[in-house]
Each structure stands twice: as C-alpha cells, then as structure tokens.
Design a protein around this ligand. Structure first.
Ligand code: SF4
Length: 346
C-alpha cells in the first residue's frame, strides 16, 4: 500500500496490518519497546524494558531487522552493540532526548581538557548521545544505568580516582548522596571553575531530564502522604534529590516494576516517573493501589505512533533501508568498549 494512505486507515486497520507484517517478517524482525512508550506500541513489543536492557537483548537476537521503539540515543546504542549485518530502525527519527542533548561532545571535551586525566574516570549515564559513550570508552570510562551507578562510582573510588559524571545532575547527586560523598561540583561548560574541579570527588554535568526534574515535587509527596498514609512513594533517581529524599525509595524502571509486582496484594504505591509506564503498572496490578505522583509524559517517547510503526514495517518488508540508523564505525567501537566495561563490572 502507498504509505500516504496509512493516514486514512482506522486505528484497528493499522493494528491489523502491523500484526500481519509482524507475522510475515517472523523471526527476521525483533521489536524491543521501552517502558515509556504508548500502549498502542507496547502491545506489539517482542520485549519491553529499559534502554540498555533492550540494547543488550537486541545484540543477542538472530533477527536481521531491529525496530527499536524508544528515543534516538537508544536506537544508536542498539546499532553500536548489534552485529554489522543487522539493520536498526527507529520508527520516528525525531524522537530525541532533552537530557542527552544537554551534553554535546564539544562541551564535554571543553571540560575534560581542564581536568587532570590521571585523576578522573568519565562515566556517562546510558541516556546520552553515542559520541559521549564513545568518549568514555576512549578515556578509560564506561556507561552506567540508574541501577548500577553507585556500584560503578565505587569502582572508580576504589582506584583512588574521581568521577566525571555526564549528563544527569540529579542521578549524579542522588548517587553521591547514596554513597555519602559530599564533595561534588556541578559543572556547566559556560562557567567552568578550575578551583572547584580540583576539590571535587565527583564532577557532575549540569543536565537533567525535564520529565522528572520539573514535574515532581516534595509538596506532592507530602500531599500523597496525607491522602494515602499507607502508600509507599517510589520515584526514579532522575528526580531532584529533595524529591528522592522525601520518598520511601527510588530506583530504575526495572526496580519500580519489580517492587510493585512483588508487593502484597492490597499494597499501595505512589510512583514518580513517566506516566505511560505508571498507568501500565496500574492496569497490570489491579489488586494493588498504584497512582502517579503527578502526571508527567515524555513527549519524545510518545512520538512513535502506530502509523509510524506501520510505515517502518512496510519499509522493512520492501527492503527499503534508507531510514536505518547508521553510526561512524570508530564511534561505534569506542561506545561498545564503554558498554562492555560496564557489563564486565555489573
Ligand atoms: S524520560 Fe527524560 S531521559 Fe527519558 S527519553 Fe524522555 S526526556 Fe529523555
């Protein structure tokens, strides 16, 4: 069918074409879907998870085509980890990540030249551009996730070195707090203070995820405690430190999902992370009370629609690879080093 006609189809017609193409492509196709995607995409997932988990699974699949439903940095890392004969697509290439955009390679290098390289090890959160991962790989550093950040900070400290953490200041501060590290410096490339770099055990990039940083507040936590005193408040560590401190616990999407699924029937949860995910947790745990701390939607994660997915599957079926994700081979190689180092230590 002509791709222009897709907009004329009803939602259920689009869905049945997606299902048909998925079954025609069979094991040649693998569709990893991030937890924050819309329900209309999640229902077609071959696997749902967080970004790195999905990339690792994608690297192991025998499928020729990986249609990654997430944001751009996730498709990039899936591309870097997958063998060269695989072809990776992101159904909407305009789905970026404002957190990743906080750290360009030019700015990171501007700060790096002001540091004593023998004293610092760079760690980048998975939510970063591929060039930043490659920079870490090239400079003895690695990638981390929100689940293993504190373990990897400790790995650096055990070598009597200091951490240069990019790009999420909230995860950086929350991790420093968890480890009792008080001596950190938030660096902004437009105002680099050499004196502060010299003193800090952790230099943290001045970036944040708007979905977690702006929306969730301590007042909301207090309000929920008044309304539902038996509920536990669990938030993502991309939330501001004061929100994490006011909550009962914090953790990655995987941890949030596990805590709620494994809790007793009748237990109550208030969750501070992206709404598509929280709403799905609510619908999948009907024997429990699950509510969003506040509704916060990642507009980038919501960019992929069922129609985008259908267009991409038509391209795959027609062997039209013009929209595949391509990365420079050196960048890819160094980014892989950073991920593999993390995997060895995890
Ligand atoms: S939720 Fe935040 S970190 Fe995740 S993709 Fe959206 S903007 Fe980026």
């Amino acid at each position: 069918m002509d791709k222009k006609d897709i907009n004329l189809l009803t939602d259920s017609e689009v869905d049945s074409r997606i299902s048909k193409l998925k079954s025609e492509l069979g094991s040649d196709l693998f569709m990893p879907v991030h937890h924050y995607q819309r329900d209309e995409i999640v229902k077609f997932a071959d696997y749902t998870g967080d970004s790195l988990e999905l990339s690792r699974i994608s690297a192991k699949t025998n499928a020729k085509y990986i249609v990654f439903c997430g944001v751009y940095f996730m498709a990039e890392i899936a591309r870097a980890l997958a063998s060269e004969n695989k072809i990776v697509f992101l159904p909407n290439r305009s789905a970026g990540c404002p957190l990743a955009d906080f750290a360009s390679i030019e700015d990171v290098e501007k700060v790096w030249v002001r540091m004593n390289k023998d004293e610092f090890i760079p760690i980048t959160y998975a939510n970063s551009h591929i060039e930043i991962k490659a920079f870490c790989g090239e400079n003895g550093g690695l990638v981390c996730t929100s689940s293993n950040a504190s373990k990897l900070f400790k790995w650096v400290f055990n070598q009597n070195k200091r951490v240069f953490f990019i790009p999420d200041k909230n995860l950086g501060i929350n991790t420093a707090n968890e480890l009792g590290v008080k001596n950190y410096y938030i660096v902004n490339p437009s105002n680099i203070q050499d004196k502060e770099i010299k003193k800090a055990d952790v230099v943290i990039w001045d970036g944040y995820c708007p979905v977690h940083h702006y929306v969730f507040t301590v007042e909301q936590v207090n309000e929920w405690r008044r309304k539902e005193p038996d509920a536990k408040v669990i938030v993502h560590p991309e939330c501001r430190p004061e929100v994490v401190n006011a909550s009962d616990m914090s953790g990655s999407t995987a941890k949030i999902k596990r805590e709620i699924e494994e809790s007793n029937s009748g237990s109550k949860w208030v969750v501070g992370t992206e709404y598509n995910f929280v709403n799905r947790l609510k619908n999948n745990n009907t024997d429990k009370f699950v509510a969003p701390l506040e509704i916060s939607i990642c507009v980038n994660m919501s960019k992929i629609t069922r129609r985008d997915l259908l267009k991409t599957l038509i391209n795959v079926k027609n062997r039209d690879f013009t929209e595949q994700i391509i990365i420079d081979s050196d960048i890819s190689k160094n980014a892989r080093v950073a991920v593999e180092r993390m995997l060895e230590l995890s």
